[in-house]
Every structure is written in C-alpha cells, then in structure tokens.
Design a protein. Structure first.
Length: 95
C-alpha cells in the first residue's frame, strides 16, 4: 500500500493506493467493488471519464465552470458524461 497524507476541509486525511497486479478487467472491477463494500471511496485511475473515476456524480458548479471555460465543449470531448448528455444531447456520454 502506498499512503499519502493531506489536508481536506481543515482536517488531516490519509489516502492509500494499493499497488496490485491484476490479470483482467473483471478481476480489477471485483477488487474495486471489494474496497467499496468496505466503505472506501475509490478514485479509479483506469478511466478517463470523470464520473467513472471517482466523482460518481457531477454537480451544477462543475457544469457551470465547464460552460464558462469551454462553452463549445471542444476540450476533452467525452471526459464529462453529464456535459455530453445535457449540453450535446449524446446519451451515455460517448462520442
């Protein structure tokens, strides 16, 4: 396990990264599910879609920032599923 410590909201928090060797996607997903079942928040580095990596759900502040910074959705297309669905009308957020 790789551990890091930081401050979040004025509190000292610990983060851990299990360094494991896995064989295939189902085994990786099962490992992630086991950590989530134990109450761990997972920020999955194996995806480039924001909602799949750890945010799980994008809020209005994030969508508003995206609208301000990238009104045409030209930067990182497909990275923010909520943007694709709401603004571009692409179901499932795939381009």
């Amino acid at each position: 396990m790789h551990h890091e410590f930081s401050r979040a909201g004025g509190e000292l928090v610990a983060f851990a990264l299990p360094l494991v060797q896995y064989f295939d996607e189902p085994q990786l997903r099962a490992l992630i599910a086991s950590f989530e079942a134990d109450g761990c928040a997972i920020y999955d580095p194996h995806t480039w879609v924001l909602e799949d990596g750890g945010m799980k759900q994008v809020d209005e502040a994030q969508l508003s920032f995206k609208q301000t910074a990238d009104p045409l959705g030209l930067m990182n297309p497909g990275k923010l599923r909520a943007w694709d669905e709401r603004v571009l009308g692409i179901p499932g957020g795939g381009l």
